[in-house]
Design a protein around this ligand. Structure first.
Ligand SMILES: [Zn+2]
Length: 563
């Protein structure tokens, strides 16, 4: 028999074989037992986490002649035909290569016919987000009136690219990245079965490189085994996995050590752009720091550590950071890891963590060996941290509440940010809805033109009013307003970008979004809406309301109250 790839040989054949997706498999088993299965499923999740394997098990379970506790028996003729691919009623389609309307219409036409051998026809459409718009429409028609004997299983790594109309017609399951421990456990099972010995550390290297995908982990193991030895070594594992990412972690920590925040953020950005998950990045940094710690205490213990072997920064870093500093960095990252679970703004948290890491241990706890007086640079960093920590606590409150809560605005908050009325009022005097909409249109493009650290700060900004010469931009957090306004380079970049995008010069004024409704109200009460002499309002609409709508659009839900 010719060689079969490990991930094929070890592909799970029952729900209980599937590693790390208990929520999904248990729900499916229950549905099968109670005969409450759906006509369409959507399996979402990163590559290699078991979506197509579970789809095939489900196809078997729906048709197995001896279903037991929701599990297929894998021995009846139907199960066997599905396993060896000869079952014509289970149709697998790769949307990446068959993404047109014709293919989906073809499915639609054929789905009408009853299955030839099985009880239900099962269509498994992999990478379904690759379908063309026309094909999605054709698929939607089928999903709207599914024939009784057909089940669709749609699988995707990118659910955000699937039309909501399709998603709402499916039962959705989210597959998780598989933990490093679970992957290592599976690799051990495979190697024990093959009677191949291994270094424990080698399996960790493979599992880490696979980033939560079992198929990738088994493919890497396959490559390692192709070296032909009967022992899996760390060196072999490293040869196959490369270790590029680890070198970048070293680069990041070196930049942190050098207090080069911009460079550290650039490294973070490039890792994220390469598809690295923010939470995963933090985890990897923590394990890198742990390795540094172990190496400091007992270099011989980790003489072979993968980190030292592949990353030229590792040894210098182990000398550059003392144990206290490492412990502090791990604590900061642990805290950040907890925050990331609650937030929709991972970049900001990574930025905060980076600045905190660069700052080092709190001054009070610093040993005597530290420089006597903090440099201006350190003071600036400390100030930045205080501001960022305030931002974080605000973010935590709003993230936990799931949506931003409008906070009551005190007219003159002590120490809070004071809006610049002298600049705001002239813009409001000439504000038009058309200008505002034009600016809202180009805003995402403008943010994309900014450098990364500035973009992180501007991500939660929004233009709220605009005249032909000026724009008022709101921020959710007053700490960010202050930071942005003091950042001359940022303001210059914004103006410059706007000019390139609109061919116009705009004055930019920043406000805190919680203060904005009151500011607008105060302006309207003292100045009234802009007069529009040549445009008499209809008698039924009070003129002031009409012009306010002209300025801000209907969606601002403007109510005028006298108080
Ligand atoms: Zn069976």
């Amino acid at each position: 028999m010719s060689y079969q790839a490990l991930y094929r040989v070890w592909r799970p054949q029952t729900f209980s074989d599937v590693i790390g997706q208990n929520a999904v498999t248990q729900t499916l088993k229950n549905a099968l037992i109670t005969q409450q299965t759906s006509h369409a499923y959507l399996f979402c999740g990163p590559r290699g986490t078991g979506k197509t394997s579970v789809a095939k098990i489900l196809a078997k379970a729906l048709n197995c002649l001896h279903l037991q506790d929701g599990e297929p028996d894998n021995t009846c003729e139907i199960c066997q035909a599905i396993t060896n691919g000869s079952m014509t009623d289970v149709i697998e389609i790769d949307a990446a290569s068959n993404n047109g309307v014709d293919e989906i219409r073809d499915i639609r036409d054929k789905a009408k016919y009853a299955p030839t051998m099985a009880r239900v026809k099962v269509y498994i459409i992999d990478e379904v987000h690759m379908l063309s718009t026309g094909a999605f429409n054709a698929l939607l028609k089928t999903l709207e009136e599914p024939p009784a004997h057909v089940v669709f299983i749609l699988a995707t790594t990118e659910p955000q690219k699937i039309p909501a109309t399709i998603i709402s017609r499916t039962q959705r399951f989210d597959f998780r990245r598989i933990t490093t421990e679970d992957i290592v456990g599976r690799l051990e099972t495979v190697l024990n079965d093959k009677q191949i010995t291994y270094d424990d550390h080698a399996l960790a290297v493979i599992a880490r490189a696979a980033e939560g995908g079992m198929r990738d982990a088994l493919s890497i193991l396959d490559q390692v085994l192709s070296f032909g030895q009967n022992h899996v070594t760390v060196e072999n594992a490293l040869d196959v996995t490369g270790g590029v990412a680890t070198a970048q972690l070293g680069e990041y920590l070196q930049a942190v050590h050098d207090r080069d925040v911009a460079k550290a953020l650039t490294t973070v950005e490039s890792l994220l752009a390469a598809g690295k998950d923010a939470g995963r990045l933090i985890e990897d940094l923590i394990s890198y720091l742990r390795d540094l710690m172990v190496y400091q205490q007992a270099p011989t213990l980790l003489a072979d550590t993968e980190t030292e072997l592949i990353d030229s920064h590792f040894k210098p870093l182990s000398q550059a950071f003392d144990a206290d500093r490492l412990a502090h960095m791990i604590a900061v990252l642990n805290e950040t890891s907890g925050q990331l679970r609650l937030t929709n703004h991972p970049t900001i948290y990574l930025e905060v963590a980076t600045v905190r890491l660069a700052e080092g241990t709190p001054a009070a706890a610093a040993p005597q060996a530290q420089p006597a007086a903090p440099t201006a640079e350190v003071e600036a960093l400390q100030q930045q941290i205080q501001q960022l920590q305030q931002t974080v606590s605000t973010l935590q409150q709003t993230d936990v509440a799931a949506k931003p809560v409008a906070k009551p605005v005190k007219r003159h908050q002590s120490g809070g940010y004071k809006p610049n009325i002298a600049k705001i009022y002239p813009i409001l005097g000439k504000a038009t809805r058309k200008d505002l909409e034009a600016l809202k249109d180009v805003w995402p493009d403008l943010l994309n033109m900014l450098s990364i650290s500035k973009r992180a700060m501007m991500k939660i900004s929004e233009p709220v009013a605009a005249s032909p010469e000026g724009v008022i931009v709101s921020f959710d957090y007053d700490i960010l307003v202050e930071r942005a306004e003091q950042d001359e380079a940022l303001m210059a970049e914004l103006k410059d970008g706007l000019q390139r995008l609109t061919q116009k010069q705009y004055d930019i004024v920043l406000v805190q979004s919680a203060a904005w409704p009151n500011l607008r109200k105060e302006y309207l009460q003292t100045n009234g809406a802009p007069t529009k002499a040549k445009q008499p309002a209809k008698p039924t609409t009070p003129p002031v309301v009409k012009t306010i709508t002209d300025m801000f659009g209907d969606e601002n839900n403007i109510t005028i109250t006298d108080d």
